[in-house]
Design a protein around this ligand. Structure first.
Ligand code: GLN
Length: 456
């Protein structure tokens, strides 16, 4: 992996921070010594794990992709990172991202743009683009990302890897820099369903440092990866799959739709029954998401004022100190979102925007619940297109937001979803990967992993 990093990193720029090779080798050698001494070292022993830069790490910088936290080294590990380390995992570095998770390409990083390993003129997706590219280019084995509205699943799709967004509350958010707290989830990338599942198993479970983390028992996700199965044995016989009709209609790339239809046929060959299901509220997800996410972010990001958190630009007068610290430290996308969120929450507009969006969220949640009473798993594309060119949508925020249509509903409903590669569209010598999204019932990641493992 260190060789891969040396060869590919100048082209990809997945990492914002990489410790020295020596410090990584020292950790590996230390594990070797402990194994030789007969010590128990944990199931992730020696596995290189890349971590998105909005997830706090005690011994490395954590900037969230923002200048305002340039140079910040948290005094603690996020719970997810702590668990990875306790099980023997080695944090290989901190990955590039859109500033505070706000974006779909990593172009909104304050530091650098990451390239897609399949075609370096294209975006890796975002906001966890660095974590997705790192796994795709085999710079690491698995990685952690965060998913507020699709930031694990969409880059997984663009980079041809597996991305898993757990149920809200399944993984502790302690140490994850908050973007929109009612939607944020730490998620996992791997080059196979099993790899992503093993990482989820390591980080899942209740944490007393996160009041919203669930006490639901964590089943043994690993049990699903033991057996191989053949097509002839119809291993998924009886499973009911609903293909969400609204996700394969106009506006979705024809190559994406055909890859999803092929995936549906493959499910049938495995013994499932597949039918189309309509979720009439599906298109409401995007406007509701952008009202709620931006409202919550305007509140969460108020802490970066140069006093409580963030680099300070000194001024004699307090308001100027706040103003100048923020003016210098925050990027334009973040500023725009704080302004829009503040507007939506302000007296006189609150009922028209925020409250309405909350009501829509309830409608969406109920419609998913109804559909999941009828079907075991819902499927859709992970994004309406494959990876697009760097710069293509940078100056058209609405076009970029529209690309989140496939993923935001899942966060609004708090459900788990697994994205895995299911086909390609034509592009140069390698093509571009297309991702299939599988959505399951709350806390049923195990079923997604079982079915995903058989599907792949
Ligand atoms: N692209 C979406 C946004 O900009 C989702 C981001 C995320 O999941 N962090 O809000």
């Amino acid at each position: 992996h260190l060789t891969r990093i040396r060869l590919t990193e100048p082209h990809l720029r997945s990492f914002l921070h990489l410790p020295s090779d020596q410090s990584l080798l020292d950790q590996a050698h230390d594990l070797d010594r402990r194994i030789a001494a007969g010590e128990e070292v944990g199931p992730l022993a020696g596995v290189l794990v890349a971590v998105k830069d909005n997830i706090c790490t005690a011994d490395m910088p954590s900037t969230g992709g923002s200048r305002i936290l340039d140079g910040y080294r948290p005094p603690f590990d996020a719970t997810a990172v702590k668990r990875v380390k306790e099980l023997g995992g080695i944090v290989v570095g901190k990955t590039n991202m859109d500033e505070f998770g706000m974006g779909s390409t990593t172009e909104a990083s304050a530091f650098q743009v990451t390239a897609n390993p399949w075609d370096v003129s294209r975006v890796p997706g975002g906001s966890s683009g660095g974590s997705a590219a790192a796994v795709s280019a085999r710079q690491c084995v698995v990685s952690l990302g965060s998913d507020t509205g699709g930031s694990v699943r969409q880059p997984a799709s663009f980079c041809g890897v597996v991305g898993l967004k757990p149920t809200y509350g399944r993984v502790s958010r302690f140490g994850l820099m908050a973007y929109a707290s009612s939607l944020d989830a730490i998620g996992c990338f791997g080059s196979s369903v099993a790899d992503a599942g093993i990482l989820l198993h390591a980080i899942a479970g209740h944490d007393r440092f996160d009041a919203t983390s669930s006490k639901q028992e964590v089943p043994n996700f690993l049990s699903h990866f033991d057996s191989a199965s053949s097509l002839e044995s119809k291993p998924l016989k009886g499973l009911r799959i609903g293909l969400i009709r609204e996700t394969i209609e106009d506006g979705v790339d024809a190559g994406v739709v055909s890859a999803i239809r092929d995936a549906a046929s493959h499910f049938e060959a495995l013994g499932c029954s597949v039918s189309e299901v309509s979720l009439p509220s599906f298109s409401l997800g995007l406007p509701a998401y952008y009202v709620l996410a931006l409202s919550e972010s305007s509140s969460n990001l108020s802490r970066y004022d140069g006093i409580r958190y963030g680099n300070q630009v000194y001024a004699e007068e307090l308001n100027s100190l706040y103003g100048e610290s923020r003016a210098k430290g925050l990027g334009s996308e973040v500023k725009m979102r704080i302004l829009m969120g503040t507007y939506a929450l302000s007296a006189g507009y609150y009922d028209a925007y925020y409250k309405r969006a909350q009501q829509v969220r309830t409608i969406i949640r109920n419609s998913f619940k109804e559909a999941l009473d009828q079907y075991d798993i819902l499927i859709s594309p992970a994004a309406p297109s494959a990876a697009y060119k760097i710069g293509e949508k940078k100056n058209d925020p609405l076009a970029m937001y529209a690309g989140d249509i496939m993923t935001v509903n899942v966060n609004l409903a708090g459900l788990p979803a697994l994205v895995l590669p299911c086909g390609f569209i034509e592009n140069g010598p390698t093509g571009l990967p297309v991702g299939l999204q599988m959505i399951g019932a709350a806390f049923n990641e195990g079923e997604l992993l079982r079915v995903g493992h058989i599907f792949e």
